[in-house]
Design a protein around this ligand. Structure first.
Ligand code: MG
Length: 456
Protein backbone atom coordinates (compact mmCIF):
# COMPACT_ATOMS: atom_id res chain seq x y z
CA UNK A 1 0.00 0.00 0.00
CA UNK A 2 1.39 3.38 -0.99
CA UNK A 3 1.81 6.26 1.39
CA UNK A 4 -0.39 9.13 0.35
CA UNK A 5 -0.03 11.47 3.30
CA UNK A 6 3.26 13.19 4.14
CA UNK A 7 3.94 15.23 7.26
CA UNK A 8 1.49 17.87 6.08
CA UNK A 9 -1.30 16.18 4.16
CA UNK A 10 -1.20 15.00 0.55
CA UNK A 11 0.96 17.22 -1.63
CA UNK A 12 2.29 17.25 -5.20
CA UNK A 13 2.79 19.10 -8.48
CA UNK A 14 -0.49 19.92 -10.20
CA UNK A 15 -0.99 17.89 -13.37
CA UNK A 16 1.63 15.35 -12.24
CA UNK A 17 1.32 13.89 -8.74
CA UNK A 18 -1.63 16.12 -7.77
CA UNK A 19 -4.65 16.03 -10.06
CA UNK A 20 -8.49 16.08 -9.94
CA UNK A 21 -8.74 12.25 -10.13
CA UNK A 22 -6.73 11.99 -6.92
CA UNK A 23 -8.80 14.73 -5.26
CA UNK A 24 -12.03 12.96 -6.29
CA UNK A 25 -10.89 9.61 -4.86
CA UNK A 26 -9.65 11.27 -1.70
CA UNK A 27 -13.01 13.02 -1.37
CA UNK A 28 -14.76 9.64 -1.66
CA UNK A 29 -12.39 8.17 0.96
CA UNK A 30 -12.87 11.04 3.40
CA UNK A 31 -16.65 10.95 2.94
CA UNK A 32 -16.73 7.17 3.44
CA UNK A 33 -14.70 7.56 6.62
CA UNK A 34 -17.29 10.07 7.93
CA UNK A 35 -20.98 9.32 8.51
CA UNK A 36 -23.63 10.00 5.89
CA UNK A 37 -25.29 13.31 6.71
CA UNK A 38 -22.13 14.83 8.27
CA UNK A 39 -20.95 18.29 7.19
CA UNK A 40 -17.34 19.38 6.68
CA UNK A 41 -15.72 22.72 5.83
CA UNK A 42 -13.65 23.06 2.66
CA UNK A 43 -11.39 25.99 1.83
CA UNK A 44 -8.08 26.88 0.25
CA UNK A 45 -5.13 29.21 0.00
CA UNK A 46 -4.88 31.50 -3.04
CA UNK A 47 -3.38 29.01 -5.54
CA UNK A 48 -4.65 28.83 -9.13
CA UNK A 49 -5.49 25.10 -8.88
CA UNK A 50 -7.52 25.49 -5.66
CA UNK A 51 -10.94 25.64 -7.34
CA UNK A 52 -10.22 22.67 -9.61
CA UNK A 53 -9.08 20.42 -6.76
CA UNK A 54 -11.81 21.63 -4.42
CA UNK A 55 -14.55 20.91 -6.95
CA UNK A 56 -13.26 17.37 -7.56
CA UNK A 57 -12.74 16.70 -3.85
CA UNK A 58 -16.22 17.97 -2.99
CA UNK A 59 -17.83 15.83 -5.73
CA UNK A 60 -16.22 12.79 -4.12
CA UNK A 61 -17.43 13.82 -0.67
CA UNK A 62 -20.98 14.45 -1.93
CA UNK A 63 -21.14 11.01 -3.57
CA UNK A 64 -20.88 9.47 -0.09
CA UNK A 65 -23.75 11.51 1.36
CA UNK A 66 -21.59 14.06 3.21
CA UNK A 67 -22.20 17.84 2.87
CA UNK A 68 -19.62 20.61 2.33
CA UNK A 69 -19.51 24.22 3.52
CA UNK A 70 -17.20 26.20 1.22
CA UNK A 71 -15.39 28.95 3.18
CA UNK A 72 -13.34 30.12 0.16
CA UNK A 73 -9.81 31.53 0.45
CA UNK A 74 -8.98 31.72 4.17
CA UNK A 75 -5.73 31.00 6.09
CA UNK A 76 -5.49 27.37 7.25
CA UNK A 77 -5.85 28.32 10.95
CA UNK A 78 -9.02 30.27 10.07
CA UNK A 79 -10.52 27.13 8.51
CA UNK A 80 -9.39 25.06 11.50
CA UNK A 81 -11.08 27.49 13.90
CA UNK A 82 -14.27 27.41 11.81
CA UNK A 83 -14.40 23.60 11.97
CA UNK A 84 -14.03 23.65 15.75
CA UNK A 85 -16.36 26.56 16.53
CA UNK A 86 -19.16 25.49 14.18
CA UNK A 87 -19.09 21.92 15.49
CA UNK A 88 -18.40 20.40 12.06
CA UNK A 89 -17.37 16.79 11.46
CA UNK A 90 -14.04 17.92 9.98
CA UNK A 91 -12.45 19.99 7.28
CA UNK A 92 -10.28 19.86 4.18
CA UNK A 93 -7.88 22.57 3.03
CA UNK A 94 -6.53 22.79 -0.52
CA UNK A 95 -3.03 24.10 0.18
CA UNK A 96 0.66 23.43 -0.37
CA UNK A 97 1.68 25.91 2.35
CA UNK A 98 5.07 27.42 1.40
CA UNK A 99 5.72 25.32 -1.74
CA UNK A 100 6.06 26.99 -5.20
CA UNK A 101 2.85 27.86 -7.07
CA UNK A 102 2.85 24.71 -9.25
CA UNK A 103 2.30 22.61 -6.11
CA UNK A 104 -0.95 22.00 -4.31
CA UNK A 105 -2.20 19.61 -1.68
CA UNK A 106 -5.07 18.50 0.52
CA UNK A 107 -4.84 18.70 4.29
CA UNK A 108 -7.47 17.15 6.56
CA UNK A 109 -8.77 18.68 9.78
CA UNK A 110 -10.26 16.84 12.77
CA UNK A 111 -13.46 18.07 14.49
CA UNK A 112 -11.41 19.77 17.24
CA UNK A 113 -9.63 21.90 14.61
CA UNK A 114 -6.28 20.10 14.82
CA UNK A 115 -4.66 18.43 11.84
CA UNK A 116 -5.75 14.79 11.58
CA UNK A 117 -3.51 12.21 13.29
CA UNK A 118 -1.41 9.64 11.43
CA UNK A 119 -3.88 6.92 12.49
CA UNK A 120 -6.78 8.85 11.01
CA UNK A 121 -4.84 9.49 7.82
CA UNK A 122 -3.96 5.78 7.60
CA UNK A 123 -7.67 4.93 7.86
CA UNK A 124 -8.54 7.33 5.02
CA UNK A 125 -5.61 5.97 3.02
CA UNK A 126 -6.86 2.38 3.38
CA UNK A 127 -10.31 3.40 2.10
CA UNK A 128 -8.63 5.25 -0.78
CA UNK A 129 -6.47 2.34 -1.94
CA UNK A 130 -9.06 -0.41 -1.30
CA UNK A 131 -11.75 1.72 -2.98
CA UNK A 132 -14.11 0.97 -0.13
CA UNK A 133 -16.30 3.91 -0.98
CA UNK A 134 -19.84 4.41 0.28
CA UNK A 135 -22.20 5.40 -2.51
CA UNK A 136 -25.22 7.50 -1.56
CA UNK A 137 -28.52 7.04 -3.40
CA UNK A 138 -29.77 9.91 -5.57
CA UNK A 139 -31.88 11.38 -2.78
CA UNK A 140 -29.09 11.18 -0.18
CA UNK A 141 -26.13 12.80 -1.99
CA UNK A 142 -24.31 15.61 -0.20
CA UNK A 143 -24.78 19.29 -1.02
CA UNK A 144 -22.47 22.27 -1.32
CA UNK A 145 -23.06 25.64 0.31
CA UNK A 146 -20.84 28.72 0.07
CA UNK A 147 -20.43 30.60 3.36
CA UNK A 148 -18.93 34.07 3.77
CA UNK A 149 -18.32 34.31 7.51
CA UNK A 150 -15.15 32.28 8.11
CA UNK A 151 -12.58 35.07 7.68
CA UNK A 152 -14.60 37.46 9.85
CA UNK A 153 -15.11 34.84 12.55
CA UNK A 154 -11.36 34.18 12.55
CA UNK A 155 -10.35 37.86 12.79
CA UNK A 156 -12.86 38.47 15.62
CA UNK A 157 -11.50 35.47 17.55
CA UNK A 158 -7.90 36.70 17.29
CA UNK A 159 -8.88 40.26 18.26
CA UNK A 160 -10.60 38.89 21.37
CA UNK A 161 -7.26 37.46 22.53
CA UNK A 162 -5.35 40.77 22.68
CA UNK A 163 -5.48 44.18 24.38
CA UNK A 164 -6.92 46.07 21.42
CA UNK A 165 -6.94 49.42 23.18
CA UNK A 166 -3.25 49.20 24.06
CA UNK A 167 -2.35 48.34 20.45
CA UNK A 168 -4.54 51.15 19.09
CA UNK A 169 -2.92 53.61 21.47
CA UNK A 170 0.64 52.65 20.59
CA UNK A 171 0.67 54.21 17.09
CA UNK A 172 2.55 51.29 15.57
CA UNK A 173 3.77 51.18 11.98
CA UNK A 174 4.20 47.77 10.34
CA UNK A 175 5.54 46.50 7.02
CA UNK A 176 3.14 43.67 6.14
CA UNK A 177 4.09 41.07 3.51
CA UNK A 178 1.74 38.06 3.31
CA UNK A 179 3.42 37.26 -0.02
CA UNK A 180 0.10 37.15 -1.91
CA UNK A 181 -0.94 34.08 0.10
CA UNK A 182 -4.10 33.46 2.10
CA UNK A 183 -2.84 35.88 4.76
CA UNK A 184 -3.64 38.71 2.33
CA UNK A 185 -7.33 38.08 3.08
CA UNK A 186 -7.07 38.55 6.86
CA UNK A 187 -3.84 40.29 7.97
CA UNK A 188 -4.58 43.74 6.44
CA UNK A 189 -8.07 43.69 8.02
CA UNK A 190 -6.63 42.83 11.43
CA UNK A 191 -4.15 45.73 11.14
CA UNK A 192 -6.89 48.16 10.17
CA UNK A 193 -9.08 47.11 13.08
CA UNK A 194 -6.13 47.55 15.46
CA UNK A 195 -5.33 51.03 14.14
CA UNK A 196 -1.90 49.95 12.94
CA UNK A 197 -0.37 51.92 10.09
CA UNK A 198 0.53 49.45 7.33
CA UNK A 199 3.16 49.62 4.60
CA UNK A 200 1.71 46.89 2.33
CA UNK A 201 3.71 44.44 0.21
CA UNK A 202 1.82 41.76 -1.79
CA UNK A 203 -1.35 42.33 0.26
CA UNK A 204 -3.64 41.00 -2.52
CA UNK A 205 -4.11 37.23 -3.09
CA UNK A 206 -1.69 36.28 -5.88
CA UNK A 207 -2.11 32.72 -7.25
CA UNK A 208 1.37 32.81 -8.81
CA UNK A 209 3.32 34.24 -5.84
CA UNK A 210 4.88 36.71 -8.28
CA UNK A 211 6.31 39.08 -5.64
CA UNK A 212 8.46 36.54 -3.74
CA UNK A 213 8.64 32.79 -3.10
CA UNK A 214 6.09 31.76 -0.51
CA UNK A 215 8.53 30.57 2.17
CA UNK A 216 9.33 33.58 4.39
CA UNK A 217 13.11 33.07 4.58
CA UNK A 218 15.58 35.89 5.14
CA UNK A 219 16.50 35.90 1.44
CA UNK A 220 12.82 36.16 0.47
CA UNK A 221 12.32 39.02 2.93
CA UNK A 222 14.59 41.47 1.03
CA UNK A 223 11.77 43.82 -0.04
CA UNK A 224 10.27 43.85 3.45
CA UNK A 225 13.66 44.46 5.08
CA UNK A 226 14.29 47.42 2.75
CA UNK A 227 10.80 48.79 3.48
CA UNK A 228 11.26 48.59 7.26
CA UNK A 229 14.49 50.60 6.98
CA UNK A 230 13.06 53.09 4.49
CA UNK A 231 9.78 53.67 6.33
CA UNK A 232 11.10 53.57 9.90
CA UNK A 233 8.59 50.85 10.80
CA UNK A 234 8.35 49.28 14.26
CA UNK A 235 7.98 45.76 12.91
CA UNK A 236 8.03 43.72 9.70
CA UNK A 237 5.75 40.69 9.28
CA UNK A 238 5.92 37.97 6.59
CA UNK A 239 3.67 34.95 6.13
CA UNK A 240 3.82 31.70 4.19
CA UNK A 241 1.25 30.67 1.54
CA UNK A 242 -1.48 29.38 3.84
CA UNK A 243 -0.61 31.87 6.61
CA UNK A 244 -0.34 29.41 9.46
CA UNK A 245 3.09 30.88 10.09
CA UNK A 246 4.45 34.40 10.63
CA UNK A 247 8.05 35.57 10.84
CA UNK A 248 9.20 38.97 12.03
CA UNK A 249 11.70 41.73 11.28
CA UNK A 250 12.83 44.06 14.04
CA UNK A 251 12.69 47.88 13.71
CA UNK A 252 16.20 47.89 12.17
CA UNK A 253 15.13 45.44 9.45
CA UNK A 254 16.90 42.56 11.21
CA UNK A 255 15.43 39.12 10.42
CA UNK A 256 14.27 37.43 13.63
CA UNK A 257 14.94 33.70 13.28
CA UNK A 258 11.95 31.47 13.97
CA UNK A 259 13.51 29.82 17.01
CA UNK A 260 14.01 33.24 18.60
CA UNK A 261 10.45 34.47 17.95
CA UNK A 262 9.22 31.12 19.31
CA UNK A 263 11.32 31.63 22.45
CA UNK A 264 10.22 35.25 22.81
CA UNK A 265 6.54 34.33 22.53
CA UNK A 266 7.00 31.43 24.99
CA UNK A 267 8.62 33.73 27.56
CA UNK A 268 5.87 36.34 27.40
CA UNK A 269 2.95 33.93 27.04
CA UNK A 270 4.16 32.12 30.18
CA UNK A 271 3.83 35.39 32.13
CA UNK A 272 0.03 35.11 31.73
CA UNK A 273 -0.06 31.60 33.23
CA UNK A 274 0.78 30.02 36.61
CA UNK A 275 4.41 28.95 37.27
CA UNK A 276 5.18 25.46 35.96
CA UNK A 277 2.88 25.80 32.94
CA UNK A 278 3.91 23.58 30.05
CA UNK A 279 5.35 24.58 26.66
CA UNK A 280 5.91 22.02 23.86
CA UNK A 281 8.33 22.13 20.96
CA UNK A 282 10.05 19.59 18.69
CA UNK A 283 13.48 18.12 19.57
CA UNK A 284 14.94 19.99 16.58
CA UNK A 285 14.24 23.40 18.17
CA UNK A 286 17.00 25.56 19.63
CA UNK A 287 18.04 25.50 23.28
CA UNK A 288 17.07 29.17 23.38
CA UNK A 289 13.47 27.94 23.66
CA UNK A 290 14.38 25.90 26.74
CA UNK A 291 16.21 28.93 28.19
CA UNK A 292 13.21 31.21 27.57
CA UNK A 293 10.79 28.71 29.11
CA UNK A 294 13.08 28.58 32.15
CA UNK A 295 13.17 32.39 32.32
CA UNK A 296 9.36 32.44 32.18
CA UNK A 297 9.03 29.91 35.01
CA UNK A 298 7.52 27.23 32.75
CA UNK A 299 8.30 23.62 31.97
CA UNK A 300 9.42 22.54 28.50
CA UNK A 301 8.34 19.22 27.00
CA UNK A 302 10.17 18.11 23.84
CA UNK A 303 8.21 16.27 21.13
CA UNK A 304 8.68 14.41 17.86
CA UNK A 305 9.15 16.76 14.86
CA UNK A 306 5.99 17.90 12.98
CA UNK A 307 3.29 20.41 13.90
CA UNK A 308 0.42 17.86 14.20
CA UNK A 309 2.45 15.96 16.81
CA UNK A 310 3.38 19.11 18.74
CA UNK A 311 -0.31 20.08 18.80
CA UNK A 312 -1.46 16.65 20.00
CA UNK A 313 1.20 16.61 22.74
CA UNK A 314 0.06 20.06 23.83
CA UNK A 315 -3.50 18.78 24.19
CA UNK A 316 -2.38 15.61 26.00
CA UNK A 317 -0.19 17.52 28.49
CA UNK A 318 -2.42 20.56 28.88
CA UNK A 319 0.30 22.89 27.56
CA UNK A 320 -0.37 26.63 27.34
CA UNK A 321 1.91 27.27 24.39
CA UNK A 322 3.93 25.44 21.76
CA UNK A 323 5.35 25.70 18.31
CA UNK A 324 8.08 25.12 15.79
CA UNK A 325 11.21 27.03 14.85
CA UNK A 326 9.78 28.02 11.44
CA UNK A 327 7.41 30.73 12.68
CA UNK A 328 4.58 28.32 13.61
CA UNK A 329 3.29 29.47 17.01
CA UNK A 330 0.42 27.80 18.91
CA UNK A 331 -1.45 29.62 21.67
CA UNK A 332 -3.62 27.09 23.50
CA UNK A 333 -5.98 29.76 24.89
CA UNK A 334 -6.93 30.54 21.27
CA UNK A 335 -6.60 27.22 19.39
CA UNK A 336 -4.04 24.42 19.36
CA UNK A 337 -2.61 24.84 15.87
CA UNK A 338 -0.06 27.06 14.18
CA UNK A 339 -1.70 30.45 13.76
CA UNK A 340 0.03 33.29 11.89
CA UNK A 341 -2.65 35.92 12.57
CA UNK A 342 -2.61 35.14 16.30
CA UNK A 343 1.20 35.30 16.27
CA UNK A 344 1.25 38.79 14.74
CA UNK A 345 -1.48 40.09 17.06
CA UNK A 346 0.53 38.75 20.02
CA UNK A 347 3.73 40.52 18.89
CA UNK A 348 1.87 43.81 18.32
CA UNK A 349 0.42 43.55 21.82
CA UNK A 350 3.89 42.81 23.21
CA UNK A 351 5.35 45.94 21.56
CA UNK A 352 2.37 48.05 22.69
CA UNK A 353 2.20 46.92 26.33
CA UNK A 354 5.95 46.89 27.02
CA UNK A 355 6.80 50.04 25.05
CA UNK A 356 9.98 48.25 24.01
CA UNK A 357 11.41 47.79 20.53
CA UNK A 358 11.44 44.38 18.84
CA UNK A 359 15.25 44.24 18.78
CA UNK A 360 15.38 44.99 22.51
CA UNK A 361 12.81 42.28 23.28
CA UNK A 362 14.66 39.71 21.15
CA UNK A 363 18.02 40.61 22.75
CA UNK A 364 16.79 38.95 25.97
CA UNK A 365 16.81 35.56 24.23
CA UNK A 366 20.16 33.71 24.43
CA UNK A 367 21.92 33.12 21.12
CA UNK A 368 23.32 29.82 19.86
CA UNK A 369 25.15 28.75 16.72
CA UNK A 370 23.58 26.03 14.57
CA UNK A 371 25.45 23.92 12.00
CA UNK A 372 23.58 21.55 9.63
CA UNK A 373 24.77 18.81 7.29
CA UNK A 374 23.15 15.97 5.36
CA UNK A 375 24.41 12.47 4.58
CA UNK A 376 22.98 10.26 1.80
CA UNK A 377 21.34 7.09 3.21
CA UNK A 378 19.08 4.89 1.03
CA UNK A 379 15.46 4.77 2.25
CA UNK A 380 15.52 1.00 2.81
CA UNK A 381 18.62 1.26 5.05
CA UNK A 382 17.36 4.11 7.25
CA UNK A 383 15.87 2.06 10.09
CA UNK A 384 18.90 -0.26 10.42
CA UNK A 385 21.30 2.71 10.35
CA UNK A 386 19.28 4.51 13.01
CA UNK A 387 19.21 1.43 15.27
CA UNK A 388 23.01 1.02 14.98
CA UNK A 389 23.52 4.73 15.60
CA UNK A 390 21.39 4.62 18.76
CA UNK A 391 23.62 1.84 20.07
CA UNK A 392 26.93 3.43 19.06
CA UNK A 393 26.25 6.82 20.69
CA UNK A 394 25.80 5.16 24.11
CA UNK A 395 29.56 4.65 24.41
CA UNK A 396 30.65 8.10 23.14
CA UNK A 397 32.77 10.16 25.49
CA UNK A 398 31.21 13.15 27.26
CA UNK A 399 27.57 12.18 26.64
CA UNK A 400 25.26 13.76 29.19
CA UNK A 401 21.89 12.57 28.01
CA UNK A 402 20.32 10.84 25.00
CA UNK A 403 16.82 11.56 23.67
CA UNK A 404 15.73 9.03 21.04
CA UNK A 405 12.08 9.91 20.58
CA UNK A 406 12.79 11.17 17.04
CA UNK A 407 16.10 10.11 15.46
CA UNK A 408 18.76 10.43 18.15
CA UNK A 409 19.62 13.62 20.04
CA UNK A 410 22.77 13.58 22.14
CA UNK A 411 23.50 16.25 24.74
CA UNK A 412 27.09 17.19 25.67
CA UNK A 413 28.45 19.87 28.01
CA UNK A 414 29.10 22.17 25.07
CA UNK A 415 25.85 21.64 23.14
CA UNK A 416 23.80 18.97 21.39
CA UNK A 417 23.64 16.98 18.14
CA UNK A 418 20.48 15.64 16.48
CA UNK A 419 20.64 12.98 13.75
CA UNK A 420 17.32 12.23 12.00
CA UNK A 421 16.35 10.35 8.86
CA UNK A 422 14.49 12.67 6.47
CA UNK A 423 10.86 11.69 5.87
CA UNK A 424 10.93 12.83 2.24
CA UNK A 425 14.52 12.40 0.95
CA UNK A 426 17.08 9.54 1.04
CA UNK A 427 19.25 11.40 3.55
CA UNK A 428 20.01 11.73 7.27
CA UNK A 429 20.05 15.26 8.64
CA UNK A 430 22.75 16.08 11.16
CA UNK A 431 22.41 19.31 13.15
CA UNK A 432 24.42 20.58 16.10
CA UNK A 433 23.92 23.58 18.32
CA UNK A 434 26.44 25.16 20.68
CA UNK A 435 27.35 28.54 22.13
CA UNK A 436 29.64 29.31 19.19
CA UNK A 437 30.06 28.07 15.66
CA UNK A 438 33.43 26.35 16.20
CA UNK A 439 31.93 24.12 18.89
CA UNK A 440 28.86 23.33 16.80
CA UNK A 441 31.08 22.53 13.80
CA UNK A 442 33.18 20.17 15.95
CA UNK A 443 30.07 18.34 17.16
CA UNK A 444 28.72 17.93 13.62
CA UNK A 445 32.08 16.68 12.33
CA UNK A 446 32.29 14.19 15.17
CA UNK A 447 28.85 12.81 14.29
CA UNK A 448 29.53 12.73 10.56
CA UNK A 449 32.42 10.43 11.58
CA UNK A 450 30.14 8.24 13.69
CA UNK A 451 27.53 8.05 10.91
CA UNK A 452 30.11 7.17 8.25
CA UNK A 453 31.42 4.46 10.61
CA UNK A 454 27.92 2.94 10.77
CA UNK A 455 27.50 3.20 6.98
CA UNK A 456 30.92 1.68 6.19
MG1 MG B 1 2.01 26.83 6.09
Amino acid sequence: MGRLFGTNGVRGIVGKSMHPDLALRLGKAVGSWLRAGDTIAVGSDARLSADMLKAAFCAGVHSTGVHTLDVGVVPSPGIQLYVRDKGLAGGAIMTASHNPPEYNGIKLIAPDGTETSQDEEAAVERLHFDEHFRSATWDQVGTHRVVEDAAGHYIDAVLAQVDQEAIRGAGLKVVLDPGGGAGAVTAPVLMERLGVEVVPIACEPDPLFSSRPSEPTEANAAAAIAAVKREGADLGILQDGDADRAVFLDEKGGYVWGDRSLALAALHELRRHPPGSIVCTAVSSSSCVADAVGMGGGRLEWTVVGSPVVAREMIRLGAVFGGEDNGGLMFARHQVCRDGLMAMAFMLELLATTGRTMSDLVSEIPEYALVKEKVPVPDDAKQAVLARLREDVQSLEGVQRIDDRDGVKVYFDEGWVLVRPSGTEPIFRVQAEARDEAHARRLVDRFLGVLHGVLA
